[in-house]
Design a binder for this molecule. Structure first.
Ligand SMILES: Cc1ncc(COP(=O)(O)O)c(C=O)c1O
Length: 383
């Protein structure tokens, strides 16, 4: 099997699985308990906080563990909205993941206004339009770091700068689920107040993530209870998952040089697909510095994405038609439509996403299969 759906989730590193199994077997203590073995678990949790903080230019006290990207996005947005005493406006891009978009819709139903930043034909937020949407009543601007559908790296630093020039009290949230550890993030320098990340996109466990909250940014908790995370988030620490996440961060860090290998694999795959007729790359050129190293959106003329995906599955290659969370809804991608693709082009799109376990040989094999299947399916369609 060739697994090319790493933006949906990644296979955990063996070292992650071993770390988690060891934790469940040997150090299963509640990290909040007072005895020594529990204190050691607490120490290990702290080491994970430090590792995450070091990756994003933050302090360890600024890292709050959550159940993943979705919860982090909810906590950032609702955490800001719940503290507002007067109607305000919330700005987000047109291509946010449902974890942001649906949450922003909830904020709208709380009486606040939602303003949507358009994107250009490459799937990148239009900065001029962004500037015109932000004003002194903007409470939060939320923009993803990397598009889960096209891999376009968003200009979050410029957005943060524009936002603060218009309103010094604005909060800037970045959904970094597809960017964390594959695209650099320095919160302090880039002016980011809130950063969401998730374990299972970096070969770590599912169901664990973090929201990094810069000091001085106030949020209302959305889950109350024992107050484990300095009262911002409650619940017994999922220590196996946190230790697994730590291991994933460590191994991704050790293999940082391989991010260039991801980029080279993506370029190789596209260079082969580009030779075939009727195959279109959506978004930025693969060698553009704003194209993330691991995501590729490709349309096959005359063949529906679903049909292509199923045929590829038959050949042992797993890809998705859009983002995994939206694909079961069978809707045409709003991102691709916003980039100006026709319904037919958007409908004929598959997303290919790479991870640290893919190889160059797999790129050659996948490209050959895609080209052959495209030809076969097109011929079938004409009959
Ligand atoms: C950009 C983005 N944000 C948020 C999420 C949700 O993250 P999680 O699966 O950890 O809840 C995803 C998952 O695909 C994503 O791609």
């Amino acid at each position: 099997m060739i697994y090319l759906d790493n933006s949906a989730t990644t296979r955990p590193f063996d070292s992650v699985i071993e770390t988690m199994a060891r934790c469940m077997r040997e150090t299963y203590f509640n990290a909040s308990a007072a005895y020594r073995p529990a204190v050691e678990v607490e120490r290990a949790i702290r080491a994970c906080r430090q590792a995450i903080a070091a990756q994003v230019g933050a302090q360890e006290e600024e890292v709050y563990f959550t159940s993943g990207g979705t919860e982090s996005d909810n906590l950032a947005i609702l955490g800001v909205a719940s503290l507002l005493r007067q109607p305000a406006n919330f700005v987000c891009s047109a291509i946010e993941h449902p974890a942001v978009l649906e949450t922003i819709r909830r904020v709208e139903s709380m009486g606040h206004e939602v303003r949507v930043m358009p994107i250009n034909r490459f799937g990148v937020v239009d900065l001029e339009a962004c500037a015109s949407l932000i004003d002194e009543h903007t409470a939060l601007v939320s923009c993803m770091q990397v598009s889960n559908e096209t891999g376009a790296i968003q200009p979050v630093e410029q957005i943060a700068r524009l936002a603060r020039a218009k309103n010094k009290n604005v909060r800037v949230h970045v959904d970094g689920v597809q960017g964390f550890m594959r695209v650099p993030m320095q919160m302090e320098r880039m002016g980011v107040d809130l950063y969401s990340l998730s374990g299972h996109k970096i070969h770590g466990p599912k169901g664990i993530g973090a929201l990094v909250v810069k000091k001085g940014v106030r949020l209302a908790p959305q889950m109350t209870g024992g107050g484990q995370e300095k009262n911002l988030r409650s619940g017994t620490y999922d220590s196996p998952a946190i230790l697994g996440l730590h291991q994933a961060v460590l191994e991704m860090g050790q293999r940082r040089a391989e991010i260039d290998r991801l980029r080279a694999m993506k370029a190789r795959l596209w260079s082969q697909l580009a030779k075939a007729e009727g195959v279109r790359l959506n978004g930025l050129p693969v060698d553009d510095p704003c194209s993330a190293p691991h995501v590729l959106s490709v349309s096959f003329e005359g063949v529906r994405g679903e049909v292509m995906r199923n045929a590829l599955e038959g050949a042992g290659i797993l890809v998705s038609t859009g983002s995994a969370c939206a694909s079961h809804k069978q809707k045409v991608s709003a991102t691709l439509r916003a980039m100006g693709l026709s319904t037919e082009q958007a409908d004929g799109t598959i997303r290919i996403s790479l991870g640290m376990m893919n190889t160059m040989e797999e790129m050659d094999e996948a490209a050959a299969q895609m080209i052959a299947l495209h030809k076969q399916l097109q011929a079938f369609r004409r009959r």
